[in-house]
Ligand binder design. Structure first.
Ligand code: HEC
Length: 108
């Protein structure tokens, strides 16, 4: 019987610790401002690609017809190519991912 009580006690302690650990994570996640891919695009990409991705200024490619997948776009934005600068020191990884995802939504 006493073994059961110890087991239940340990289970409760484990459960209590686990839920304590989860709480701060949930709080920090909700405290972070949501990353807005559209806004990042407006601030960093519109200059060459245009609001609709079609501008093609400075020899940039029309993003509405780009066949690159998400990973290729993330690589493109991170490292840059030719006239397009690398954004690895300008945007965070999650911002790069958000803007790459947004650029796919421009596809027609
Ligand atoms: C200085 C102008 C400039 C800016 C700013 C710029 N780009 Fe580009 N982008 C280019 C050029 C030029 C190319 C073509 C590069 C090449 O292939 O040589 C290109 C290519 C791309 C491609 C690949 C298209 C394809 O199919 O090959 C993607 C995706 C892309 N840009 C996304 C972005 C995103 C997202 C941003 C903002 C974070 C951005 N670009 C900002 C000039 C720019």
């Amino acid at each position: 019987m006493s073994r059961y009580i110890i087991f239940i006690f340990l289970a409760l302690v484990t459960f209590a610790c686990a839920s304590k650990d989860n709480k701060p994570n949930a709080d920090t996640a909700s405290a972070k401002p949501a990353i807005d891919g559209a806004k990042i695009f407006k601030q960093n990409c519109e200059l060459c690609h245009g609001a609709d991705g079609k501008l093609g200024a400075n020899g940039s490619k029309d993003l509405t017809v780009s066949e690159l997948d998400l990973n290729e776009r993330i690589a493109m934005v991170t490292k840059g190519k030719g006239v397009m600068m690398a954004f690895e020191n300008i945007l965070s990884l999650s911002e790069i991912k958000a803007v790459a995802e947004y650029s796919i939504t421009l596809k027609k």
